[in-house]
Ligand binder design. Structure first.
Ligand SMILES: Cc1cc2nc3c(=O)[nH]c(=O)nc-3n(C[C@H](O)[C@H](O)[C@H](O)COP(=O)(O)O)c2cc1C
Length: 444
């Protein structure tokens, strides 16, 4: 079995799976149960001056039958006394010395940072995470995303933490910025030892159309919340990979955002993360999901012949490039398996109404010289069964792959390489050769 242990900026963890700073890490009792379930680490619910929360404070986006595809909250930092939290940090570290306990912090003045950092380290924190991400409630008080959105302020505050800390300092970034590399590099310049991202994205999940109040409703009012859960994973992956590829970022990254399955976690690690953090999936399914995360990642590493999770880190980064460096001659075409097609026509309609109308049914004529490898089989099955089996004209197909996304049958539509020996040529190659002008442009 592959070795899942990691070293994050000197912090050792039995596996890369950490609970993110959020309701699942509110108390020592919860964190100890999570460690018993298999979590390698936990980032404590952000500590600072205790706050008063609203009721209600969560909103959710349900899509079809799937609950909590997106999740939204207007919760603030801890509402429990600092003394109580720190006593529990000490107890957790005493009882679970091999597990990772990172304490998340958010206070205002340099003096406050100095004090809370010392007290957290004295309690036994393995590392600190600076919450520069909360997009509601705390930013109005000059903290959270108010710091994360101002690189110069971020540098000053992170600099204080680095100065006063004797344990690694992770800066948790807000995604509510134009270019994540700006605060990421500012954190590196401030001397941070690691980055965590993403915190939540500013959002409104919907509107109560009877009360005419957005969700989550607080009496007769509402405010923007922070979005997370499976829906934000693509945004988080993009931001993580932007930093993972940046040569100025020479510190480890803890990936967060929509991680629910071992596959999600493996994707974050393949894009450069050393550890991953989970919140919404645990709020939805409980601590027990870590069993599947551990088993799935271990099996995957074994299947790929990797002996440790560290071998996976960053493997997908070299393939990520700018659009201008993609191969314009690479071409795929839709292969619709006549055996699997159920004749729902979703691919036919999608291709007809939003693409090039290269998908047909029955004995629709095929222009001379065009290729449609599954046409004859599709016609035969339609004759035999009456099912509207579709087929694609490969010489019309542009390989956009919309059909494969709308198709409800797994494995029915696959995109097959139809490059046919054309050499690699990117847009940047074309610009260099002066062949970038496509006929039919503005000046033709
Ligand atoms: C209810 C709730 C409370 C949260 N509280 C905090 C917090 O106190 N500190 C913090 O850094 N992040 C907080 N977060 C953000 C999470 O740590 C995490 O960055 C975000 O939810 C994305 O991960 P996910 O998609 O796995 O939920 C909170 C998230 C939720 C849903």
């Amino acid at each position: 079995m592959a070795d899942l242990s990691i070293d994050f900026a000197g912090i050792k963890s039995p596996n890369p799976f950490w609970l993110a700073s959020a309701p699942p890490t509110n108390t020592g009792e919860q964190i100890m149960r999570a460690f018993d379930a298999g979590w390698g680490g936990a980032v404590w619910k952000t500590l600072g001056d205790p706050i008063v929360d609203t009721s209600s404070r969560f909103g959710a986006l349900h899509v079809g039958g799937q609950r909590m595809v997106g999740f939204n909250n207007i919760e603030l930092i801890t509402d429990r006394p600092l003394e109580v939290n720190l006593r529990e940090v000490a107890e957790v570290k005493r009882r679970y010395p091999k597990h990772t306990v990172i304490v998340s912090l958010m206070v205002e003045s340099e003096d406050d940072w100095k004090t809370i950092i010392k007290r957290s380290i004295d309690a036994g924190a393995d590392g600190l995470e600076l919450n520069f991400g909360c997009p509601h409630g705390m930013c109005e008080r000059g903290m959270g995303s108010a710091v994360g959105q101002e690189p110069e302020v971020l540098k000053v505050v992170a600099g204080w933490a680095v100065k006063y800390s004797t344990v690694p300092v992770l800066v948790k970034l807000t995604p509510n910025v134009g270019d994540i590399r700006v605060p990421g590099v500012a954190a590196v310049q401030a001397g941070a030892h690691g980055l965590s991202l993403i915190n939540t994205i500013k959002s409104i999940t919907g509107v109560d159309l009877d009360a005419m109040v957005p969700y989550p409703v607080v009496g007769k009012r509402a405010t923007n919340g922070g979005y997370c859960g499976p829906a934000v994973k693509p945004i988080a992956l993009h931001m993580v990979s932007s930093l993972g590829r940046d040569p100025r970022v020479n510190i480890p990254i803890s990936g967060i955002g929509g991680i629910t399955t071992w596959r999600d976690a493996a994707e974050f690690i393949a894009l450069g993360c050393t550890s991953v953090q989970v919140c919404t999936a645990v709020m939805h399914y409980g601590f027990r999901i870590v069993e599947d995360l551990i088993e799935g990642l271990s099996n995957f590493l074994d299947d790929k012949g990797m002996t440790s999770v560290n071998e996976l880190r960053g493997l997908a980064l070299p393939a990520y490039s700018e659009w201008g460096d993609l191969d314009l001659n690479y071409k795929v075409a839709a292969h619709i398996d006549p055996e699997k097609c159920i004749g729902c026509d979703l691919c036919y309609v999608a291709c007809r109404d939003t693409s090039v109308h290269c998908i047909h049914t029955g004995d629709h004529p095929l222009p001379a010289g065009h290729r449609a490898p599954t046409r004859e089989a599709a016609i035969a099955k339609r004759k035999e069964t009456g099912v509207h089996v579709t087929w694609a004209d490969w010489d019309e197909c542009t390989g956009c792959n919309l059909c494969s996304h709308v198709c409800p049958v797994p494995g029915c539509i696959t995109m097959v390489d139809d490059t046919r020996g054309k050499p690699f040529e990117s847009w940047n190659d074309r610009i260099a050769k002066g062949t970038d002008k496509v006929p039919g442009g503005l000046h033709d």
